[in-house]
Write a protein that binds this ligand. Structure first.
Ligand SMILES: [Zn+2]
Length: 187
């Protein structure tokens, strides 16, 4: 039996560096963005993706990309507001993504010229939560349209300009990690 007084309700329950559970408010909190959070799992994402695919077939890719783009733009913009240095903001987002269970994001070294990407930006994602799931166990082509949109959006939010992103290798089609290429749309 626990020795502590179990009737005592703690102020908050530490989940990890970025997330707490508040037992009084019955809410899981995202400490970075100051909003409610949910814990979810592969079952959830599988069901969403399968539902989308069953309805739209390959048309799902557009929806997933746009979902990621919208969210990424918001996240990138907020990161830029609180962390002025783009390199530091990227490092922070890598850490946040890892703690949120999305996977280990790693941006290859990049340089900026007058605040814009000087070349293409390669991002690898090991243990990508969004790639390992799905009804079909192995795909012929990359599948992580949501993350491709997310990265294009983050680039947009951080650098304030239109960016494109394609996935060049994918865990869902047998690669050991997913790999994305972020490029500027108008150069
Ligand atoms: Zn992938």
């Amino acid at each position: 039996m626990p020795k502590e007084d179990v009737s005592r309700v703690p102020e908050s329950v530490y989940l990890n560096e970025y997330f707490d559970f508040d037992p009084k408010a019955n809410k899981t909190q995202d400490k970075v963005f100051g909003c409610k959070a949910i814990l979810t799992n592969e079952e959830f994402w599988d069901a969403l993706q399968d539902g989308l695919y069953d309805t739209l077939n390959e048309g799902w890719s557009v929806i997933l990309f746009q979902m990621g783009l919208k969210y990424g733009t918001s996240v990138g913009g907020k990161a830029r507001e609180s962390i002025q240095d783009v390199q530091q903001a990227v490092k922070f987002l890598e850490s946040y993504g890892l703690m949120a269970g999305w996977g280990r994001f790693k941006a290859a070294p990049f340089t900026l010229a007058a605040g814009k990407l000087a070349g293409d930006l390669r991002v690898t994602v090991e243990d990508n939560f969004f790639a390992k799931t799905g009804k079909k166990k192995k795909w012929e082509t990359p599948r992580c349209f949501f993350i491709a949109g997310l990265l294009a959006g983050i680039a947009e939010g951080l650098l304030g300009e239109g960016h494109a992103c394609i996935e060049t290798r994918c865990m869902a089609s047998g690669a050991h990690a997913c790999e994305f290429l972020v490029t500027r749309r108008n150069r």
